[in-house]
Ligand binder design. Structure first.
Ligand code: BDP
Length: 321
């Protein structure tokens, strides 16, 4: 009798683990570059593990807002996600360096930094907090948009109520420009712009477009003040519990999904800009970027006071060609 029990138990266990599906959190709508990248990650995993690992992403923020989702992935309530490193700052101190305004010269500079040793150092800090960064996704550069008037110089933000992501650094950034900052969940911004709870916000072209914020805040001013990478992250215990072979499959699938996401990102950015301009958005370039950069000096000074150990990392980013 016992002879039969053991194989039956083994079978039952295999059946249960085969049925387990990793759950992924994503804030964006299903046709967004991040979403398509995450779907690709799931497809590749399924294919390469012959269905032993399946990963399904829940798009459109249905599993909650970003700060909560970061906690959930750390705790293992959600298995994986794509997070912007902006709201990661309150949890993983080192990630704040990429949220400093104008820290990167352009998107390519950000890639060179994140795909090299500095990216690895940031990953190591994240792992200490229970998150393994499998690959870096693109999020372009963020600029201010609002319901009132074009932003040409810092003074144009005086007294404006601006929504920012959840990180004190962004509050300081807006205050240094003379505005009032309100940290708020992404999903609440449309209504807040519409009802005047805030006068503006800041984001890249695809987010401005896909959320329809452009319909209610029709001035977009190219300050390009933030270039923040996003990570495809997985719960550290889940990842560390995999065989070396499966870890390699997961890493490789994540990297390939990031290559796709970066391509799609470039295409979608151009399309989104075209779409909102055709819809009547008033876009302006900002010629005097130096004035905005100068206004950030107290933000950097305060940051260094609060995070003295990050000075070297900042210098290394600046010194990366
Ligand atoms: C988008 C990011 C997303 C953020 C959102 C925001 O991709 O992760 O939640 O901005 O502003 O660009 O909250």
């Amino acid at each position: 009798m016992l002879k039969f029990v053991a194989p039956l138990c083994a079978l039952a266990l295999t059946a249960t683990s085969a049925a387990a599906e990793w759950r992924g959190w994503n804030i964006h709508v299903p046709d967004y570059p991040v979403s398509l990248g995450m779907d690709k990650f799931g497809e590749l995993l399924d294919e390469r593990t012959e269905g032993r690992i399946t990963a399904r992403t829940y798009h459109s923020g249905i599993l909650g807002d970003q700060p909560d989702a970061i906690e959930q992935v750390r705790l293992g309530g959600i298995d994986f996600a794509v997070f912007n490193l902006g709201p990661m700052g309150p949890i993983v101190e080192a990630t704040n360096v990429v949220s400093l305004p104008f820290i990167f010269k352009d998107l390519d500079h950000m890639h060179r930094v994140m795909d090299g040793p500095i990216g690895e150092e940031i990953s190591a800090a994240m792992e200490q907090e229970g998150l393994v960064a499998l690959a870096w996704y693109d999020s372009g550069s963020r600029s201010f948009y609002n319901t009132k008037h074009p932003i040409l110089e810092p003074q144009d933000l005086t007294g404006m109520k601006m929504r920012v992501m959840n990180n004190e650094l962004f509050v300081g950034m807006v205050e240094a420009l003379g505005g009032n900052a309100t940290p708020m969940a992404f999903g609440e911004v449309y209504q807040s712009l519409k009802t005047g709870v805030v006068d503006g916000a800041e984001n890249n072209w695809p987010s401005y477009e896909s959320t329809n914020h452009y319909e209610v805040a029709g001035y977009y001013s190219a300050t390009n003040h933030l270039i923040i990478p996003e990570c495809l992250c997985i719960n550290a215990d889940l990842y560390n519990g995999l065989s070396a072979e499966d870890q390699e499959i997961v890493k490789q699938a994540a990297r390939e999904s990031a290559t796709l996401q970066r391509q799609l990102w470039a295409e979608r950015s151009a399309e989104s800009q075209k779409k909102v301009e055709a819809a009547g958005v008033k876009f302006n370039e900002v010629t005097d970027k130096a004035a905005f950069q100068k206004a950030m000096e107290p933000v950097y000074a305060r940051f260094l006071e609060e995070h003295p150990s990050l000075e070297t990392l900042i210098d290394e980013i600046k010194a990366t060609d």
